[in-house]
Design a protein around this ligand. Structure first.
Ligand SMILES: [Mg+2]
Length: 197
């Protein structure tokens, strides 16, 4: 039974294109000015040229709305259902604060995502090891790197903030869930078929 670790934001959610993502849309409304991405980093204040105080006020008011209104990534739900039907174990690990657990569960249920466990944990690599996760799907560059350094293969969903992460035998880049699906099923046939499915 393949144990798959899955991130939520930017992996199960579709945040939209770089130039018009849900964060930018909310920031533009909130600050009532045209916000632009100035740095290719995961750190929101640096990425969008905001003061930390501005960002904190924004997140305080808007983070729950962003989580609540996020669209599911195309084909994500269908792929998870297909994996579930093959007895894969789906372990969701998000860095979202625990205070958003109920909101996150509601969102997952509302969009009909199947999963076995949901963990709110910023330190993903040790948990992935502890859980015996055999494949991880992630978009955060440092998480992906650290998980891969623990010998767990990672499918990295392409984003502006992870473009410096290089592929290697534990890191593969993907653009969408069709590609994720292809990788997982190729894995299951090519190398680990007897063990997993
Ligand atoms: Mg993410």
């Amino acid at each position: 039974m393949l144990k798959i670790g899955i991130d939520i934001d930017g992996v199960l959610t579709d945040e939209g294109p770089d130039h018009d993502n849900i964060w930018l849309q909310k920031m533009n409304n909130y600050f009532d000015k045209q916000i632009k991405k100035v740095e290719d980093t995961y750190q929101l204040a640096e990425a969008y040229g905001l003061q930390n105080e501005e960002l904190n006020a924004f997140l305080e008011d808007e983070l729950a709305n962003i989580y609540r209104e996020a669209r599911p990534a195309i084909d994500a739900c269908e792929t998870l259902k297909e994996l579930k039907a093959k007895n894969a174990e789906l372990i969701l690990i998000t860095a979202r604060n625990k205070e958003f657990k109920e909101l996150t569960l509601n969102w997952l249920n509302e969009h009909d995502f199947p999963f076995d466990e949901l963990h709110h944990n910023k330190d993903k690599a040790p948990l992935a090891v502890k859980k015996g996760i055999e494949l991880f799907i992630e978009d955060n560059q440092s998480n992906a790197l650290e998980i891969s350094q623990n010998q767990i293969p990672v499918l990295v969903v392409n984003k502006y903030h992870n473009k410096n992460l290089k592929e290697n035998n534990k890191i593969k880049r993907v653009n969408n869930w069709q590609e994720i699906r292809k990788h997982i099923f190729a894995l299951s046939v090519d190398t680990v078929s007897n063990k997993f499915f």
